[in-house]
Design a binder for this molecule. Sequence first.
Ligand code: ARG
Length: 465
Amino acid sequence: MTDQLQKKTEGWSGRFSSPVSDKVQKYTASISFDKRLAKSDIQGSRAHAMMLRSIGVLSEKELQKIIEGLDTISTEIQEGVFFWNVQLEDVHLNVEARLTQIVGEPGKKLHTGRSRNDQVATDLRLWLRDEIDCINQLLTDLRIAILNQAEKNSSTIMAGLTHLQTAQPITFGHHLMAYHEMFLRDQERLIDVRKRVNCLPLGSAALAGTSFDIDREYVRKQLGFESICENSIDAVSDRDFIIEFLSFSSIFMTHISRLSEEIIMWNSDTNSYVKLPDELCTGSSIMPQKKNPDVPELARGKTGRIIGNLISLLILMKAQPLAYNKDNQEDKEPLFDTVDTIKETIDIFSILIDSLIVNHSNMRKSVDNSFCTATDLADYLVAKNIAFREAHEAVSKIVSYAEKNNLLLKNIQLNKYKEFVPQIENDVYEILDPEGSIKARNHIGGTNPERVIEAIRRARSMLNK
Ligand code: ARG
């Protein structure tokens, strides 16, 4: 860094009689975290410079110098030798100052017709668009992991719960496919968010647009944006595209957190429905027998932080008058943190789901030692021409009798059944069987194994996998 740069660091200090205090500089600087935007910042500057050339603000020679300078900066950043100067506040001023240092005068022309306000909005959108594409791919991998595990367990019987109490037999495959549906909707939400992220703010300048005869369509094409932000005041100030992304993230993490809670319960000593492979567990420093499901527990915990990030952004925006305010600098850390957490979480859950070790017999026991075919018995009575409400009442009495006498429904003798409802015949024992119960739910969205396989097939054909 030259002396001149050291002294006149900020890029806006002309009308200041005394330099900004060190404390203020430190307080207002964002370089420690917004340097993550450098690649997008350079991408945006390149497009802006080319546009300036196309409208005659830069000569061909000046453009070439700027492009070469930006390339050099890219290399320096990649190689980790770029000097990030906190006195230069943020990534935009750092890159611009270094450009001028490398190429001289042309570097000073790059900021013509633009402001850091439209620059940062553009950088964020470019950066987030790339991250969304990466997250989208990871979500596809997670869906495939669920489909594979669901397919292996399309006939694995377990107790389905309501109110955390045994309700009806279901298959584990069907249960997993419920999460597939959630993640599919999450992915659709993400793709929808992308449309609104993919809009060009550059050209809005500080807030009112610019007096230069800029060509925004040219920049839009260069940067691959789908549309151009229509209103310069809105373009530099709103961060709803981040809020939408954080909403997607919060909903997704809420789904992950529910799945985590279930995995933790399935993995508990009392259930032992699933085991997690050793490499996905951690031990206890005091209890040698322990293998803790830290990954789902942490995912459940991280969900709180991600929802917190959404709330941070909502609160950040809610009292801001138009147009840009420095408050917006606070949008970055929650966004970066969310992107990092979401990517890591999706990745590790694909592995976790794929490697669940399912204990079929323990799952089956949860059904066998319960009254979970009581609804089937009521449906059976309806088939014998008894109104459902009466059938329900009769079955309640039968269940209460069984409970008192420590019997399961299948152990009650036919003559006893006939005392409750004379129309009950020997065929009742077939419908008390969990396999029969599952097969009977034979419609789209039902737990019949063939229907589950069909649902998996439909999902795979959407994915082409
Ligand atoms: N570092 C700033 C941010 O993240 C860039 C925009 C600054 N604009 C300004 N007028 N101070 O929002």
